[in-house]
Design a binder for this molecule. Structure first.
Ligand SMILES: NC(=O)c1ccc[n+]([C@@H]2O[C@H](COP(=O)([O-])OP(=O)(O)OC[C@H]3O[C@@H](n4cnc5c(N)ncnc54)[C@H](O)[C@@H]3O)[C@@H](O)[C@H]2O)c1
Length: 329
């Protein structure tokens, strides 16, 4: 069994990945600075004999080098994430998302260790196609608009990872995540599902940005982490980029209506201009749908849990967190 380094392992996706790797019998070292992640996400696992949790930054070369020395496989998820955080802090985004990735690849190449790189559908930018394949053009907006710094930083990470794979022959897998959702995702950084769920549980209104006709596809985090682990273990996937997500499109208006219906009690839905949420610089992407043919043909499966079941899971988790908070108040 391997030892896996999960950078960002106290985050939303990272904590589910850590859980699944431990359940599969692997050992896990987590390196997380708890900036957007939380120690609570790993609370149920903290005494696990095959888990070591280190609070530190991937920008600290010593901490990163020590954590990586222990691992056979690196799942690199730590990053500056969230539309709002990234739009507000473009320098931090670039520094966190590019230099440490280069260092991880360099150290992993020396030890011929496998690396999974968490990338994002944001790299496609505003490509107007109905659905995006991994070989489609990246159509980012101008550098004067900070929101594109995130997708651009992840695209550079992808170039680096593929270059290291070609040059040193090390196993590398790149996953472009499309709207991963589920328990433990928080709404502070612009994530839409937890934000809508909390607004609905507070009695409304649910705030939909713009006209609500933006289209997204939501995938359950548990299915996403199974895809990630499956790809890393499959030699045929090495050196390649994969879209990872659901391909069932839903508009943000439909999402708001689905959340309101699940919570019940006549919850209002209000529309708000993007400029009020993210400032005048903000540009959104109207439609974001992955083509999953490559994932399906390589892995034989892709995330498919319907939105209703995902929302049930998120609602159950939020109700539990809120009940605990109320009980301790
Ligand atoms: N959730 C999604 O829908 C989605 C979509 C596309 C891509 N991604 C990518 O998946 C990865 C995980 O995202 P997430 O949704 O779980 O977000 P998250 O914020 O919950 O996870 C990121 C984790 O990285 C940690 N981190 C940030 N900077 C760090 C640093 N300098 N050193 C150490 N740890 C640091 C945070 O504390 C957090 O635990 C990210 O790389 C993100 O870009 C996520």
């Amino acid at each position: 069994m391997a030892t896996c380094l999960v950078t960002g392992g106290a985050g939303f996706i990272g904590s589910h990945l850590t859980e699944q790797l431990l359940a599969d019998g692997e050992s896990v070292v987590v390196l997380d600075d708890l900036s957007t992640g939380q120690a609570d996400n790993l609370a149920a696992l903290k005494d696990h004999p095959r888990l070591s949790i280190r609070v530190g930054s991937i920008t600290d070369q010593v901490a990163l080098g020590e954590a990586l020395a222990e691992a056979d496989v690196v799942y690199h998820l730590a990053a500056a994430v969230g539309v709002k955080l990234v739009a507000d802090n473009p320098v931090h985004t670039i520094e966190t998302n590019i230099y440490p990735t280069e260092q991880i690849l360099r150290l992993a190449a020396q030890g011929k260790k496998a690396v999974f790189l968490a990338s994002t559908s944001e790299v496609f930018g505003k490509n107007p196609k109905e659905s995006w394949t991994e070989e489609d053009d990246l159509l980012l907006g101008p550098t004067s608009k900070p929101r594109w710094a995130y997708g651009c930083s992840k695209a550079i990470d992808e170039f680096l990872a593929l270059a290291y794979h070609r040059r040193f022959g090390m196993p590398v897998v790149i996953g472009r995540f499309f709207n991963v959702v589920g328990p433990r995702q928080v709404g502070h950084y612009g994530m839409v599902v937890p934000r809508f769920v909390d607004q609905a549980l507070d009695g409304g209104p649910i705030e939909v940005y713009d006209d609500g006709q933006q289209v997204r596809c939501f995938a359950h985090v548990r299915e996403v982490v199974r895809s990630v682990i499956g790809l890393v273990r499959l030699p045929a996937a090495h050196g390649q980029v994969f879209n990872i997500g659901s391909d069932s499109p839903v508009s943000i208006q439909q999402l708001a209506e689905a959340v309101a219906a699940k919570v019940g009690g006549n919850i209002a839905i209000r529309h708000k201009p993007y400029s009020e949420a993210y400032g005048d610089d903000f540009e959104d992407v109207r439609r974001r749908v992955p083509n999953l043919s490559k994932l399906r043909s390589t892995l034989g499966t892709a995330p498919s849990l319907p939105l209703g079941s995902i929302l049930d899971d998120v609602l159950a988790w939020r109700r539990e967190v809120r009940a605990r908070r109320d009980a301790s108040a």
